[in-house]
Design a protein around this ligand. Structure first.
Ligand code: HEM
Length: 401
């Protein structure tokens, strides 16, 4: 189980000892310190009502420097959609929505199903496997690369670079050799696309490379930066969702069996996973004016860490069993795992489709699948993402003996 530490100490995202198992510290914060200061620059909001209200208040809370928990914003050559405010944000989001409106993402379902099928048939018929490394890992990256328009023969190489980058986010990744390789590769891809203006595609690259009437022409660096943002936003988060949900279902065997028997229970099981184990643990906002939040004064210019995970465990909203995984929880989809308001996750319909198809395919093929006896929940490294490190299973229900 994740939630083993009970503590009176308040959660501090800058304290490395709080990161592997943060829930007890977060609970203490919800009780005693809904909003508190953890460094000269950083404040933390821990409750559902406050986090929700801040997501909605884009006047007093700017997205500038989103993700940065240190005194300096992580420098980026171009403002990306999650960091943009006002008209700049609306224009960028509208451009991305051309490829990522919910109806368009739903049309990708057959492609997602094919990617899931490939991952599934690569699994052995029986024996021990790590569902994270051997199954989940491939799916969100492949889906994203198809959506962007990255040529298939290059997927494996691109995934290697992207994984190295995602491992260090939100720390700056521009010093990594993989960062230079990915940026160079994407820039070349943009140039190639633009050199063939008659060869059009229905993908993100096409949309960003070629301006329609009313769109601005984007320099190559901007196109590369917006695609880079998608790589960061879409892969490890969605892997986290699928792996976490599989683990929670298998760990609570009767809930796995209930969903195997009635697949209509799966969507709520996925929402409950997003709530209990929020793949994106937090977002950051910059305070634009002196203000007071839950009795805590915060001067203009300071950073506010929106503790999505803690908000999603808030007893006041979710009851005393808020840290328990329950596939029958009413209104589980009311969580904040995809954020809220004008920056709410643009990829959430796709993440949900991927999770549904990936989990369902395993249930069809291996209804007797079991976690191995030595399986333990270990959170992957890094402060931004919550993803179980591995999901070791006996694929056809055998025991270790
Ligand atoms: C389980 C998987 C995912 C989780 C938990 C997640 C979480 C989030 C959250 C919390 C935000 C809000 C950012 C903010 O308020 O500052 C966000 C925004 C965003 N997400 Fe996701 N995301 C997931 C999957 C995806 C996927 C699959 C894509 C793309 C294919 C994607 C693309 C984006 C983009 C572009 C934004 C920025 C939207 C804006 O600023 O207007 N995400 N995501």
């Amino acid at each position: 189980m994740t939630t083993t530490v009970d503590s009176d100490e308040f959660f501090n995202p800058l304290n490395p000892s709080h990161i592997p198992d943060p829930d007890g510290f977060m609970q203490a914060s919800r009780r005693g310190c809904p909003v508190g200061q953890v460094s000269e620059f950083l404040y933390v909001a821990n409750t559902d009502d406050v986090v929700r209200a801040v997501f909605d208040d884009t006047e007093r809370f700017s997205s500038r420097g989103n993700f940065s928990v240190g005194p300096e914003d992580v420098k980026t050559p171009v403002t990306m959609v999650t960091q943009a405010d006002g008209v700049e944000h609306d224009t960028l989001r509208a451009r991305l929505l051309k490829d990522m409106a919910p109806a368009r993402l739903r049309r990708l379902t057959p492609e997602v199903a094919e990617i899931v099928r490939k991952a599934r048939v690569a699994l052995p018929e029986s024996g021990r496997v790590d569902l994270y490394a051997d199954y989940v890992h491939f799916i969100p990256a492949a889906v994203l690369y198809a959506l962007i328009g990255i040529p298939k023969p290059t997927w494996s190489e691109v995934q290697g670079w992207a994984d190295a980058i995602v491992r260090v986010i939100p720390e700056p990744s521009d010093g990594l050799p993989e960062f230079g390789k990915l940026m160079g590769f994407l820039a070349q891809l943009v140039e190639e696309r633009r050199s063939r203006p008659d060869d059009r595609h229905e993908d993100v690259l096409d949309n960003l490379c070629f301006a329609e009437p009313g769109d601005v022409d984007l320099p190559t660096l901007d196109v590369v930066a917006h695609i880079f943002q998608l790589v960061v936003a879409a892969t490890d988060t969605t892997r986290g969702l699928i792996a976490n949900c599989l683990y929670r279902l298998l760990e609570n065997r009767s809930q796995w069996e209930a969903v195997v028997a009635d697949r209509d229970l799966l969507p709520n099981a996925i929402e409950e996973s997003l709530r209990v184990d929020s793949p994106a643990q937090f977002m950051v906002r910059t305070v634009t004016e002196d203000l007071t939040l839950a009795e805590c004064p915060i001067p203009a210019g300071k950073k506010l860490y929106l503790n999505i995970q803690s908000a999603n465990h808030d007893e006041k909203r979710w009851g005393d069993d808020s840290r328990t995984y329950r596939i029958d929880r009413p209104n589980a989809a009311g969580h904040l795992a995809f954020g809220r308001g004008i920056h709410a996750c643009i990829g959430s319909p796709l993440a949900r489709i991927e999770a549904r198809l990936a989990i369902s395919a395993l249930m069809d093929a291996y209804p007797d699948m079991r976690l191995t006896d030595d399986a333990t929940w270990v959170k992957s490294e890094g402060i931004l993402t919550r993803r179980v490190e591995s999901v070791p299973v006996w694929i056809n229900g055998q025991d270790a003996a």
